[in-house]
Structure formats: C-alpha cells, structure tokens
Design a protein around this ligand. Sequence first.
Ligand code: ADP
Ligand code: MG
Length: 262
Amino acid sequence: DHPITMLESENAKPLPEGPRQVAFRNVSFNYEGGNGETVLKSLDLEFAAGKSTALVGPSGSGKSTILNLTMRLYDPTDGQVEIDGMDIRDVTFASLRENMAFVGQDTFLFAGSVKHNIGLGRADATDDEIIAAAKAANAHDFISKLPEGYESDVGENGGNLSGGQRQRLSIARAILRDAPILLLDEATSALDAESEAEIQKALHDLSQGRTTILIAHRLSSVMRADQIIVVKDGEILEQGTPAELLKNENFFKRSYDLQYDM
Ligand code: ADP
Ligand code: MG
C-alpha cells in the first residue's frame, strides 16, 4: 500500500494577507480506485470570508469530499479550488495547514500525552493556552489521562480515550489553532447528547469571524449558519440563507438526513 503523496509545486507560495474566501470553480472529482462514479459534478461554490456555510444532504452526496478537496487531500479532476482567488495547488502545504483547522468524526492522535496532542494545534502555544483550549472543549477532565511522555500506539487506537474524548481533544486542538478557515465534519457526532449542546456552543463561538464550512445533522446547528447549501449526488440541489430555505416547506419534507432537535 502506498500512502497518498501529494507533491508541492516548486512555485508554491504562502497565502498573502487576505480575507480567506474559499471557492470551488467548476470542480469535478472522482476518487481514483472508486467505482468510477463522478463524486462532484462541475460544482461552483462560494464560502464567503468570515461567514459560515452548512453543507446538508443525504449520506454519500459528496459533503466530506468537498472538505477533503478544501484541505487538498485530493486535487480536483477538473476545475479548481481557490482561497482568495489563488488556486490552492499554488499554495504551500505549510500555509494551507496554518490557515485551516479541521474537526472530523474520527480523530487521528499522535503518540504522546493528551496535552501534547492538543498542543500540536499551534507550535508556539503556551501551557496556559493549551489548558484554556482544553477547558473550552471540555477536554480538561482527561488531559492527564495519558501522562506527559507516554508513548503508546495512541496513533492507531487512541490509547484509552473514548470516541467522545478524542473528538473533544480534536476540538481543543482546533480552538488552539485559531485558524481563519474552520472545517467541521460531524464534529460532535461522537459526543453524548448532554455534552454535545455545550460543545456545539463552543464551536459556534469559535466559528465567529472565521470562514466556516460545517457538516451537521442537527437542524439547530444548520439553522445557525449564514448560508445553507444542499448537496445531492455531487450537485447543488438548493442554496440560501436559513430564512430563505425555511420559507419552502418542502425543505423539511425532503430527506436531508437532518435531525429535528428544535
Ligand atoms: P457524504 O460526506 O455526503 O456522506 P462522501 O463525500 O463521503 O459523502 O462520499 C461521496 C461519494 O464518494 C460516496 O459515493 C462515497 O462512497 C465515495 N467515496 C468517499 N470517499 C472515498 C474514497 N476514499 N475512495 C473512493 N470512494 C470514496
Ligand atoms: Mg461525510
């Protein structure tokens, strides 16, 4: 098995100062080794700087793939992904990493303590900042679960952390990273209902002023976004502000895998 090796262009540059608008320009994509189906079909998407967009749609529509391409885990088969008008293939990986924080369903942990793993969010973070981020994500109650210097196969199985604890660790890391672009892929899926509401508020606070793309199933999170884009089979089905989509009663009748918690 070969790892994915994405080459950085020789001419790659860091992103200059900018508002961090993210755009998909006529992006088509299919996974190599997939079933040959086109996963994203000539997508044009605009994620306004500092605003939040909820991606909604049935499972398998291509929502996570949109985030994968935004992080440049894959390159489009056609078209381009841009940040502030710059094709991300021309941006250094270091700059892309610096500008984005991602929280997903599964959290990859590196060998080392919980504190070390949170601290990876930002290289120059102080101990106090790490603890503050841990508290904001409710990750402080297990921060010493793996002692400093503990080397384990934590990267593979998360040591002795539960799925919910790993997700809170990941959210703490994202809070610490303080990046202008925030990508959330079912970022609270592993949490129990009680802590979920609290963490959702922390994520909502974090998203303020950041270019946020979120995938969520709870209608309450989706309705708090500035913009909703409904994706189905790799195409945009409908798009608008929550208020605009609320006017259309069919929005609620269609199967978007939304959970009605409000
Ligand atoms: P969603 O997040 O909306 O549920 P995904 O973006 O995960 O949808 O998946 C879109 C389509 O791409 C699905 O048909 C899925 O099976 C396929 N897919 C996702 N990841 C891969 C992969 N790594 N390799 C091949 N096909 C994939
Ligand atoms: Mg997904």
